[in-house]
Design a protein around this ligand. Structure first.
Ligand SMILES: [Zn+2]
Length: 406
């Protein structure tokens, strides 16, 4: 055996054999579509639609306003023709986060196996789950289903679970009543029955420009933004040290974080504008609106002094996204199915938000279970282990045993 290649040594061969997995050709294909959220996902959606059409399965597409992006929903009917009642939704988002500015050692839009890992943008978050589910379509159809199996592929998950709203509305409007939904976000193939809620905002500080030798004649927007961010950091510490704790979560308390800040134009100009984005990921017991009221009240303390210098100075907040939390009871049929298919007894809770809460809110009980780990998501050199992919196939095989007629 050769020593394992380092990433830098690899020259990926598009025809290279991959791991011995039923889903490997589909994983390679889905990764090869650059579906960064800002771009269209229609090429991928068309490809999946054609794949399903080849099996006689029709897909329903729901588009964004510009018809640049679409969700796909498709139903494999039960052998008795039932396509509306019961059964399970296998759900995943098609978009991926950007690779801009990240240092990749392999081409990001190519699934490349090196040793016991597969690299590529989306291999863990989360095209491998969808690929594995689609790889079982021939088996589902050939064995015949006792209850329907639905496929739900969404757009614009990574920018705030935007696309799936239309998919779910369409499902509800068409009178479909799935028994439950499995969202294949990366959980290490462990069963997850709850996640935190999330809200995010943009704060815009408008100050007043001045030559930097005359700072008292200006209002420094960067510095005021930093004061508000420091407040956020302190709130985060108090959630950590004195807030509600739920040990079932990987991070057992509510978290607050600032992710982007932009401000200023040159060192010798007192900056007029600065904006930053922040979020809260909260336990069900903590109220995100009360948190936000506190942020606003703190920001307003700065206004009088700012307006002494410049009447048009101000601080504005814009809500960016809201994602409720969810908690599926262990006794629900979908949680029981999840336990059967993972071979585990417990359901965990996670801190990252997913589309699961939106299905849950539409009265479709939902669990999360998918290959890979969230720690590898959104990273350069995103990877998933071959073992995780084969555990996903085992999961799908057990699912087939439970949804197929014979
Ligand atoms: Zn994801």
């Amino acid at each position: 055996m050769n020593a394992p290649a380092t990433l830098q040594d690899v020259r990926p061969d598009p025809h290279a054999a991959g791991p011995d997995l039923l889903a490997w050709p589909l994983i390679r294909t889905l990764i090869a579509f650059d579906t960064t959220s800002r771009d269209s996902n229609l090429a991928l959606i068309d490809w999946v639609r054609n794949l399903l059409a080849g099996h006689g399965i029709e897909s329903a597409l729901t588009f964004d306003d510009d018809r640049r992006k679409a969700n796909l929903f498709a139903t494999l009917p039960a052998r008795d023709g039932n396509r509306t009642t019961g059964g399970v939704v296998l759900s995943g988002h098609t978009d991926v986060v950007p690779v801009d500015g990240q240092d990749w050692d392999t081409p990001p839009f190519e699934a490349v196996q090196i040793g016991d890992k597969v690299y590529g943008r989306g291999v863990t978050d989360m095209k491998s789950f969808a690929a594995t589910a689609l790889a079982f379509v021939p088996e589902f159809l050939c064995r015949g289903l006792a209850r329907p199996v639905h496929f739900a592929l969404s757009y614009d998950e990574e920018i705030g679970c935007i696309g799936v709203h239309r998919l779910i509305a369409d499902v509800v409007q068409r009178g479909l009543h799935p028994q439950g939904c499995i969202v294949g976000e990366p959980t290490g193939m462990e069963l997850v029955v709850a996640h935190k809620g999330k809200k995010s905002w943009r704060c815009r500080v408008r100050g007043h420009e001045a030559h930097s030798s005359l700072t008292p004649q200006g209002v420094n927007a960067v510095e005021i933004a930093c004061e508000i961010i420091t407040y956020l950091t302190n709130v985060a510490r108090s959630f950590r040290d004195r807030g509600t704790q739920d040990a079932d979560y990987d991070v057992p308390f509510t978290t607050v974080h600032t992710g982007i800040i932009r401000g200023g134009t040159a060192l010798n100009i007192v900056p007029r504008d600065c904006w930053f984005d922040f979020e809260i990921r909260h336990l069900p017991q903590d109220d995100p609106d009360a948190f936000f009221a506190g942020v606003k009240a703190h920001a307003e303390c700065f206004l009088p002094a700012m307006r002494v210098v410049a009447a048009d100075a101000g601080i504005e907040f814009e809500a960016l996204s809201t994602l409720p939390g969810f908690d599926t009871h262990g006794e629900s049929a979908i949680a029981a199915l999840g336990r059967d298919c993972t071979g585990t007894q417990d359901g965990g809770k996670v801190s990252f938000g997913t589309e699961a809460s939106l299905f849950h809110r539409a009265a479709i009980p939902t669990i999360i279970c998918g290959p890979g780990h969230i720690a590898q998501a959104h990273q350069p050199n995103e990877w998933v282990s071959v073992d995780q992919l084969s555990r996903c196939e085992t999961f799908m095989r057990r699912l087939a045993d439970r949804v197929c007629a014979a």
